[in-house]
Design a protein around this ligand. Structure first.
Ligand SMILES: Cc1ncc(C[n+]2csc(CCOP(=O)(O)OP(=O)(O)O)c2C)c(N)n1
Ligand SMILES: [Mg+2]
Length: 185
């Protein structure tokens, strides 16, 4: 699991407690991600197989493809999930990661949380397609769109996609549509 900095929800589902989230926000030694040394929400949680992300947008996607490649070489049915914003899809690493995952038929779910903005750039200003999911076709990859404000729909789609990845032996791109209600940070 390679979560994004928006993924408090993902981390709570994986077993991180609200108290531990607050320890991270207040840079306390008990913060499970980094002992309070990294910026908050830069998750790391070895017990749940969560890999620490860097602050560099999209860098977690090639890492996800590489981890899935390692799983394949080891003959394991592990599925890797990487989360990111729609802004990440305008950067080169996004395309390299999806291309690599598709060619090698890796068990990786690319999960885009499209909140309409990348800091101050609206979606229309940074991509010529309406939906991030449309980009999957260029890599011969399956895709799905889901209402990102419907937690049960997101859970269902994710669960289904993990099983589908194992069954088909192939990656998938999910786009969850949501809206950024507040400022960037
Ligand atoms: C490579 C890189 N460029 C720029 C930044 C600065 N930056 C941090 S968050 C962000 C916007 C990301 O937008 P999006 O991917 O849509 O995610 P969101 O914050 O909207 O969830 C940018 C440009 C960065 N961290 N890394
Ligand atoms: Mg965004």
């Amino acid at each position: 699991m390679l979560p994004y900095y928006r993924d408090v929800g993902v981390m709570l589902v994986l077993g991180v407690t609200p108290f531990e989230v607050l320890l991270g926000l207040l840079a306390k030694a008990g913060d499970p991600s980094s002992g309070g040394r990294q910026m908050s929400c830069h998750w790391s949680y070895p017990a749940a197989r969560v890999v620490m992300r860097s602050s560099v947008i999209v860098a977690n996607l090639p890492h996800a493809a590489d981890i899935a490649y390692a799983s394949k070489l080891r003959g394991l049915a592990e599925v890797t999930i990487a989360y990111f914003g729609e802004g990440a899809t305008s950067e080169g690493d996004f395309h390299e990661a999806l291309n690599f995952a598709s060619i090698h038929r890796l068990l990786v779910i690319f999960f885009c949380e499209n909140n309409g903005y990348a800091i101050s750039e609206s979606t229309e200003k940074q991509m010529a397609v309406r939906h991030v999911a449309e980009r999957a076709r260029g890599y011969g990859m399956r895709h799905a769109t889901v209402d990102g404000n419907d937690v049960l729909a997101v859970y269902e789609e994710t669960r289904w996609s993990v099983e589908e990845a194992r069954r088909r032996g192939a990656p998938k791109l999910i786009e969850a549509s949501t809206y950024r209600l507040g400022p960037h940070t």
